[in-house]
Design a protein around this ligand. Structure first.
Ligand SMILES: Cc1ncc(COP(=O)(O)O)c(C=O)c1O
Length: 390
């Protein structure tokens, strides 16, 4: 009765099963996987955003533009301009979320059975979204030498088997690493040679750990291959509940004009972004500074807590990275990442095992850095207990 695109085997893995059992038993767990800003006391519209939303919600008119309302696209242009990036509103298409943006791009770029390349490790949502669109996901490994790196040779080898697009996440989730300008040039040259488009997920682009102005390197700009840059309110303003994200389209003029026209056609079938949030977007984006300062402050505090814990357990390390909302921890290799995540559960703290993000080797776990700092410190204390007991 059901299609092959939806999963058949919904049985949880050992970690998810133990977590579910602990939750049912009412165990007081500290959750170091929480990355939803609205659940850690961050985010929520400020006064100007709330007023704009209330006013827009009472409007009786509905004049949709499949690309998104002009005023909303201009507000996104202004957001990028404040980072020193020129993003033409005509190159922007609004979607309800970054996840929906991926689905649109898979529909736009790939025929059933075609493949798209993703880095490993990376964000686990690509695979099911691609599967729903009948697109195959293949991964190419990032190199690891104490820090994760873009590996041009590994990408080229993967591209030789054919791919419609290469996804890069800037900064990557969970490694926190970013392509710099020269890495972007190499990526572009490889994609040009192999006829692949670039999809750059820049949802965490504002969250550089060295707090430089203008955020992390963006792929928005003059590009030689069709390029699609994704971001949205979920991370830029900590407003996942508003359901507004966007795609910037660039590259050679003919291909980007055709891509934009086709994206508009796809978006027109759904018209999925509610008008009130589009109307309120200038106000919502104008208030992002305070939210981003609070997030960066938490990240700084929580990274200091982790660094102090790792200093007490020198066989562990919080990996260096460029930015983002999570930290990757390398734990002693006497256990796998999964075993460490299970041990952590037994000590009352939830962290993600590395395999959740397609980390194949070594003992990695991943922790969210936006958790409230006192709670975070208690969670890290429990992680230290797991380390000491094992
Ligand atoms: C790298 C990355 N891209 C996209 C998303 C999803 O964003 P959205 O809420 O806009 O779908 C996430 C969520 O954590 C993410 O980590």
């Amino acid at each position: 009765m059901l299609s092959d695109r939806v999963p058949r085997d919904a049985s949880p893995n050992a970690w998810a099963e133990r977590l579910a059992r602990l939750r049912v038993s009412g165990a007081a767990l500290i959750d170091l996987t929480e990355a939803n800003a609205s659940r850690v006391g961050l985010g929520g519209p400020g006064p100007a955003g709330a007023d704009a939303l209330a006013e827009a919600a009472s409007s009786r008119s509905y004049e949709p533009d499949p690309r998104g309302l002009q005023g909303a696209r201009e507000a996104i242009r202004d957001y990028y301009a404040s980072r020193g990036i020129a993003a033409d509103p005509e190159a922007l298409t609004l979607t309800a979320s970054t996840s929906e943006a991926y689905a649109h791009l898979f529909r736009l770029l790939a025929n059933p059975g075609d493949s798209v390349l993703v880095p490993a490790p990376s964000y686990p949502l690509f695979e099911p979204i691609a599967a729903l669109e009948n697109v195959a996901i293949r991964s190419w490994p990032l190199a690891f030498d104490g820090r994760w790196h873009f590996d041009a040779l590994a990408l080229e080898a993967a591209l030789k088997d054919g791919a419609r697009a290469v996804i890069v996440v800037q900064p990557n989730h969970p490694t926190g690493t970013c392509l710099d300008a020269s890495g972007i040039g190499v990526l572009e040259a490889l994609c040009e040679r192999h006829g692949a488009a670039i999809i750059a997920d820049e949802v965490f682009g504002d969250f550089a750990w060295d707090e430089r102005t203008g955020g992390l390197p963006s792929l928005i700009g003059e590009r030689r291959v069709p390029t699609f840059v994704l971001s949205g309110l979920s991370k830029v303003c900590g407003l996942p509940q508003m359901k507004l994200a966007w795609i910037w389209t660039g590259g050679p003029e003919r291909s980007s004009t055709r891509a934009l026209r086709s994206l508009e056609w796809i978006a027109d079938l759904f018209l999925s972004v509610a008008s009130p949030v589009q109307q309120a977007l200038p106000a919502l984006l104008s208030e992002r500074g305070e939210f981003q300062r609070r997030v960066l402050d938490r990240i700084r505090q929580n990274r200091a807590t982790l660094a102090a814990a790792c200093a007490r357990h020198p066989e562990s390390e919080a990996l260096p990275a460029d930015g983002g909302w999570v930290a990757m921890l390398r734990l002693p290799a006497r256990h796998s990442g999964e075993q460490w995540a299970l041990e952590c559960l037994d000590h009352g703290v939830i962290v993600h095992p590395g395999h959740f993000y397609d980390v194949e080797h070594e003992a990695f776990v991943v922790a969210s850095l936006i958790v409230e700092p006192t709670e975070f410190a208690i969670g890290v204390g429990r992680l230290e207990s797991a380390l000491s007991a094992n």
